[in-house]
Design a protein around this ligand. Structure first.
Ligand code: APR
Ligand code: PHB
Length: 393
């Protein structure tokens, strides 16, 4: 089998990349280890920067997003009995964000790719990547029990944090940077109208809580829990009791409803450098992971593949490798900004049980500053909507 761009992984990164390339007349094959249903059911976050919405629109994959996405103009920061609404458009030259589940983006992209007759193969694990420092890189994969080879010009490793692409970079080239946090998130979906207009990020001495939503009748809520917590430790009554405590401010009520989904997400910050070597290019979670507090994971993955698709157009269309050569540095600038923001939001809003009381007092002072200072609110707003350092998005 042969293609121009061999894509490993049918998460949002691999799927959008294959769509963007197709729209520019570049051929790709997507190899995905899991089944279609599994990919379409995986629950993840769902806060989209304007640049991500624009990219999906430009790719022609935003019909349902345009109908069902929920536009948000800010967030609520809640702590110590206070609720501060931080407006985004007035502080970011008019930018907003959109809530639309990553699960839905994946469904939309898969449907479109399948409709267009893409070579998108599920249940097809990649076992090895070869020749990335040659002109003829190859991907080995297993399909219907038979090992096969995909010959490519370029390989895109969009296979997530646990994939095979990142370890294919030579060990002496690859540097990794990591921070693991002493807590996790318990996320629920509940059949109840959201009790808020914009998302609520709440700090309390009992831990962090987040009120998000998926539609006018479905709420998405998260709680900081112990890093080794199990879903079984959290019966519905305990979840609601804890949510009430953590969100409490005078005059506001959290409405309860049947919980339809529960899952636990570990919290990690991770970056691999460089994001490319020879003919192999990493994108999305394969190269970097952020804790979900800043809502950056999906947006970074989408930003990477926009850069990679443009670089491929330059390479296949005009024979220039400049974009591909600059790929890692171009992406890492955005990645590190988002890494810092996500780390900042995470440490600002979570309780670290092992930290001294001094840290808690500093955190409360910091929260008060963010809620009171115009400069600090602008910093939060411009990073949340996606920091745009040179006007390129
Ligand atoms: N062969 C084929 N596919 C593989 C292999 C392999 N050896 N290893 C992993 N995969 C697949 C996984 O099954 C998964 O479907 O690669 C895909 C990677 O998808 P994601 O983990 O969703 O990663 P990405 O597309 O980069 O999206 C990043 O996911 O974790 C969130 O916050 C993150 O929103 C961000 C998004
Ligand atoms: C979500 O809606 O799932 C969501 C929103 C914002 C975050 C994280 C998750 O920071």
């Amino acid at each position: 089998m042969r293609t121009q761009v061999g894509i490993i992984g049918a998460g949002p990164a691999g799927l959008l990349l294959s769509q963007l390339l197709h729209n520019q007349g570049i051929d790709s094959v997507v190899l995905e280890a899991r089944g279609r249903e599994y990919c379409e059911q995986r629950r993840r976050a769902g806060m989209l920067e304007q640049s991500t919405v624009d990219a999906l629109r430009a790719a022609g994959a935003a019909d349902r997003l345009d109908r069902e996405g929920l536009l948000h103009h800010g967030i609520h920061l809640r702590f110590a009995g206070r609720d501060r609404h931080i407006d985004f458009p007035s502080r970011t030259g008019g930018k907003s964000v959109t809530v639309y589940g990553q699960t839905e983006i994946v469904k939309d992209l898969i449907a479109k790719r399948v409709d267009e007759g893409a070579r998108l193969y599920f249940d097809t694990p990649v076992t090895a990547i070869e020749g990335i420092d040659s002109d003829a890189p190859r991907i080995r994969f297993v399909r219907d029990g038979v090992e096969q080879t995909l010959e490519c010009d370029v390989i895109a490793g969009c296979d997530g944090f646990h994939g095979v692409a990142r370890p294919a970079l030579p060990a002496h080239v690859l540097k990794t940077f990591e921070r693991v946090y002493p807590f996790a998130w318990l996320g629920i979906l509940a059949d109840v109208a959201p009790s808020t207009d914009d998302l609520i990020y709440a700090y309390s001495d009992r831990g962090f809580a987040l009120h998000s939503m998926r539609s006018a009748s479905v709420s998405r809520l998260y709680l900081q829990v112990e890093p080794d917590a199990k879903v079984e430790d959290w019966p519905d009554v305990r979840i609601w009791a804890e949510l009430h405590e953590r969100f409490a401010v005078p005059g506001w009520r959290l409405d309860e409803g049947p919980i339809t989904d529960k899952s636990i997400t570990p919290m990690r910050s991770f970056v691999a450098e460089p994001m490319s070597f020879g003919r192999l290019f990493l994108a999305g979670d394969a190269a970097h992971v952020v804790p979900p507090t800043g809502a950056k994971g999906l947006n970074l993955a989408m930003a990477d593949v926009r850069v990679l698709a443009d670089a491929c157009v330059e390479w296949f269309g005009r024979g220039s490798r400049a974009g591909l050569d600059a790929y890692s540095d171009t992406c890492l600038r955005r990645v590190w900004r988002a890494e810092h923001f996500s780390y900042w939001m995470t440490t600002l809003l979570h309780v670290d049980p092992s930290a001294p009381e001094f840290d808690r007092r500093c955190r409360l002072a910091h929260l008060a500053y963010v809620a009171d200072s115009e400069a600090a609110m602008t910093t939060l707003a411009e990073n949340y909507v996606g920091y745009d350092w040179n006007g390129d998005d």
